[in-house]
Design a binder for this molecule. Structure first.
Ligand code: C5P
Length: 240
């Protein structure tokens, strides 16, 4: 039986430090991963990674780095020093930048280096938006192309929509991590997410880690909501 707890990542999206820490304490027993994103990081800096990291779950630092290779290399080193277990960069930064991220993380890690993920095509970009950017290619084709590039540059995996997980899995094999946001249980509001997928379907489609925020963190009972999602993930694992 697959350990679905290690496949659940709760996004701690908020600015208020007390709220972030209280929510993290409540959900940590139910989630293998906690995600610190731009909102919390720009308010509280690397110290937030250290504080939340003390709760026992692994930390996904979601800063989506995108800059010249030298800058990304040093920022990646800082991510490793902060104690993050995983962080991400934009695949669109190009192969040299992706390699620099991996090298930066490895150079600074004192023990196990953090996993490095590439954000493929943002789920907010459709075919038309890609054409406007001068990329006349279907989003799912670009996801696969960038996932392959990230893998060849030594990255551990990608952030992608669960809808693209089967394509990425076929292209990149069983060891490549697929981390998927845009997850919504049938009983939760969609919020601003578009192309949403249920927890069971995401697991059945081959996602390794599901990133879920508001359905848990804004629920009346976040621990119960996380438990309900774990149950659904188990059902998806049994069906796959
Ligand atoms: O609250 P919700 O479940 O929508 O949170 C989703 C999290 O995943 C947010 O932290 C958001 O930044 C992140 N994310 C996303 N869609 C992407 C990439 C990341 O929602 N395509």
């Amino acid at each position: 039986m697959r350990d679905v707890r290690s496949a659940l990542c709760i996004a701690l999206d908020g600015t208020d430090l007390e709220w972030i820490e209280a929510t993290a304490r409540t959900v940590a027993p139910h989630a293998g991963w906690l995600k610190v994103g731009l909102e919390g990081f720009t308010a509280h800096g690397p110290d937030l990674v250290r504080r939340v990291g003390q709760l026992g779950s692994r930390i996904f630092l979601d800063l989506k780095l995108h800059d010249i290779p030298a800058t990304v290399s040093r920022a990646a080193a800082n991510c490793a020093v902060s104690g993050a277990d995983m962080f991400n960069v934009h695949a669109g930064g190009g192969a040299a930048m992706l390699r620099a991220a991996v090298e930066g993380a490895r150079s600074a890690a004192t023990s196990q280096p953090p996993k490095v993920l590439a954000v493929t095509v943002l789920t907010s970009l459709d075919h038309q938006a890609l054409s406007e950017l001068g990329l006349p290619i279907a989003p799912d084709e670009l996801v696969v192309r960038w996932a392959r590039m990230a893998q060849s540059c030594g990255l551990d995996g990608v952030v992608a929509s669960a809808k693209e997980a089967p394509l990425v899995r076929r292209a990149c094999g069983p060891e490549f991590l697929i981390v998927t946001p845009g997850i919504r249980p049938a009983w939760a509001a969609g919020d601003d997410q578009k192309r949403i997928v249920t927890p069971a379907a995401a697991i059945a489609d081959g996602a390794d880690v599901l990133v879920i925020g508001r359905p848990v963190t804004r629920a009346d009972d976040p621990a119960a909501a996380a438990q309900r999602i774990l149950q659904e993930m188990s059902e998806g694992a049994s069906a796959s």
